[in-house]
Write a protein that binds this ligand. Structure first.
Ligand SMILES: Cc1ncc(COP(=O)(O)O)c(C=O)c1O
Length: 372
């Protein structure tokens, strides 16, 4: 660590460590599951909160060549971070920006409607060359992609795709993390039927959890996001991925309080007896969700300590009465996400999903990238 980084770390209320080695291992793990089928990387929302500029090049070095983001601005930032060989897709399609900007930055739209197909075809005509695109078919998500009525029209009038080089036909699974959900098989059948009605093109269906539904779902390209970042793609079973994120908060003060006395806004926690309370410099402004009030926990040394009282904007309070007296002191670090406290567990306690825990990670953390 250089002196300015060390000074920044010393000033920080929290340190977010992102293990790029574990990220690369997760990419290779997903490739192994795909058993020879290429694996893309979904890096939208700033690489699921972990930092696009660091995460995407690490995935490229691990072998990824296709990258998916949601928005055109994300794609433009990514173009600057990756070598030419990277193919960058924008999931929000031409609604994200005008065709000329996609062409100027060499990024590929995922076409989500017949209107977008027409606009891209017109752009190809103007450019007097074929332009690459992916085509998204809605097979059950009712969100983005061509609905059945538009698929019918496209199948009947395939000339609508003239001048469009179909890099991929794709769809997105609604329930892949619930293998027994009947919608998985319904979407698979609908996707197969849609492909059969379109010009031949490589296909992509599986997100992280979809990859674990088995080879029927793999087609020609896996499209994982969250599993790359360590979230369990097989809920209810052991996590096959390595943890990528560790979040450590700094203790600012430790105080002894005598009961009866309350802790924090709203006086929602009442100490039952003499209690030691450690105040940590992380709050909801940092993405530590307020729903963890009186529910979350942290690890101090080798001990779990509960969050007591409400999470406030910049601070949380922990009951460290049971911790070794010399472990809880100003300047000591507690794990809020870490080896003993995976993001999945934090999410469950907060009543949300790992995706939200990661993408909410705050901007005030001092970030350390390992293995870059
Ligand atoms: C169209 C599409 N494909 C792939 C993914 C990646 O999904 P996951 O993060 O569940 O792997 C997403 C994420 O939301 C998506 O919207």
């Amino acid at each position: 660590m250089c002196p300015s980084e060390a000074a920044e770390a010393a000033r920080a209320g929290a340190i977010l460590t992102i293990d790029l080695g574990a990220l690369a291992e997760n990419y290779r793990r997903l490739c192994a599951e795909l058993n020879g089928v290429p694996c893309a990387a979904v890096v939208k929302a700033d690489g699921y909160g972990l930092g696009l500029a660091r995460v995407a090049p690490a995935l490229f070095r691990a072998g990824a060549r296709s990258f998916f983001v949601a928005q055109l601005d994300e794609a433009i930032a990514l173009r600057g971070a990756l070598p030419e060989a990277a193919q960058i897709y924008v999931l929000n399609g031409l609604a994200a920006g005008p065709p000329a900007e996609f062409q100027a930055h060499r990024v590929v739209p995922v076409l989500n409607s017949l209107g977008e197909v027409a606009d891209w075809r017109a752009a190809a005509r103007r450019a007097q060359r074929a332009l690459a695109a992916a085509l998204h078919i809605d097979t059950g998500m009712s969100r983005l992609g061509l609905p059945a009525s538009e698929l019918d029209r496209l199948a009947a009038e395939p000339e609508r795709l003239e001048g469009i080089e179909l890099g991929h036909v794709m769809s997105h699974l609604a329930c892949a993390n619930t293998p027994e959900h009947p919608l998985n098989a319904v979407q698979l059948a609908a996707f197969r039927a849609a492909r059969a009605r379109l010009p031949a093109a490589p296909a992509s269906l599986a997100n992280s959890s979809g990859i674990f539904l088995g080879p029927d779902y793999h087609f020609d390209l896996g499209r994982p996001g969250v599993a790359l970042y360590g979230i369990n793609p097989t809920p209810g079973r052991p996590n096959p991925m390595r943890q990528v994120v560790r979040l450590q908060g700094k203790i600012l003060q430790v105080r002894e309080i005598d009961a009866p006395r309350t802790v924090g806004y709203g006086a929602t926690h009442r100490a039952a007896g003499p209690t030691r309370v450690a105040t940590v410099a992380v709050g909801y402004a940092d993405g530590y969700l307020r729903s963890l009030s009186n529910r979350g926990s942290a690890w101090l040394g080798n001990q779990r300590v509960p969050v007591v009282g409400r999470v406030s904007m910049d601070l949380i309070t922990l009951d460290v009465t049971s911790a070794a007296p010399d472990s809880a002191h100003p300047g000591a670090w507690v794990d809020l996400i870490g080896p003993e406290l995976p993001a999945d567990d934090v999410a469950e306690t907060a009543g949300t999903i790992g995706y939200e825990i990661l993408t909410a990670l705050g901007r005030r953390y001092h970030r350390v990238y390992l293995g870059g």
